[in-house]
Design a protein around this ligand. Sequence first.
Ligand code: S3P
Length: 419
Amino acid sequence: MRVPGDKSISHRAVMLGSLAEGVTRVSGLLEGEDVLSTLGAFRAMGVRAEGPDGGMLVVHGAGMRGLRSPSEPLDMGNSGTAMRLMAGILAGQSFDSVLIGDESLSKRPMKRVAEPLARMGAVIETAEGGRPPLRIRGGQRLRGIDYAMPMASAQVKSSLLLAGLYAEGITSVTEPAPTRDHTERMLRGFGYDVETGAGQVRLRGGGKLRACDIDVPSDISSATFFLVGASIAPGSDLLLQHVGINPTRIGVLNILKLMGGDLELLNAREAGGEPVADIRVRHAVLRGVRIPEDQVPLAIDEFPALFIAAACADGETVLTGAHELRVKESDRIAVMAEGLNCLGVTAQETPDGIVIRGGKFGGGAVDSRGDHRIAMSFAMAALRATGPVTVNDCKNVATSFPGFAELAARAGLGITARD
Ligand code: S3P
């Protein structure tokens, strides 16, 4: 089976395609609501695009200075990536703009981008406590800065690099631990010089982007639900095709292998500047582990599903150093602990992680609190629960994985979706 396109890469393809000169053809684009929010924002700023249709999108680039002032606030929906990366782009424009989001996004921290962008000369006003909306004043002269990120965040890094395209001189970002490098890779694909090394990324502002074709691989974060599902369900043997295996994203493979998972990478190749492979996964008896902290940024979106794997493993799984999970689409430590407890799993929150004791658990009703990845993770838990699992508040599954319930049913889950 093939899961939908990578969300991070899809956002960036729309963004760089819109700012490029020429026509960018994207295949395998994720047609999830988050990416459609990004595309809607560029259309509202005058970018012409055909599609998406069957994962194909054709973007007629407006050039670095070709965006037009939007007549309304730009609605980023549920997407933190869209809001933070757009803030970097909009900080460099000649016009004012406002970024808004849904209830979940409106609670998420934006100071992490507003503050360093202000150091570059941007003028950005946030609501109380550094939350959205973001009011961005155009017509500012940006200057490159050297920024040492206090947290390992690809969104912050990317926001500053995108602003850096519009800045005088060199923008450099140092990360405390490696984070996904799709922005750097794709900028190079669009012909932009980016230097990387020793935990630092550097670029000089004032250049141009040249349109190119992009083949978006399947999202390893979406594949994760099936990697975990097949690992925990006896008798499973699944082949997931064309999955992105960028080294900055494969924490889930490393952690599942550490737990005793039976994973095999086949037919490793490159697509559009990103490493890709087919992944074969078979059922295995998993064991609880202490998750190495260096894997945390490399698996940051995969923890809700990994917690389900931990609930099915022999022994205890301990996660530390994952405070960032508390500021995702929901507080993923609290919401997962609550849901696991509901099913009778012993799971104890800690300030920066969780301790989960694996074993038998029952069915029940859990609330995803509007978090797509939590909803999909608990759907997989049903493969091992002794009774049915009802997951409430699932509409946001469509932000990252349209068609999840259908694909899961095809893979053998007894799943029904109701409005
Ligand atoms: C993303 C970066 C990560 C990740 C998010 C997508 C990106 O966020 O959780 O789903 O596309 O850059 P942080 O940078 O906040 O860790």
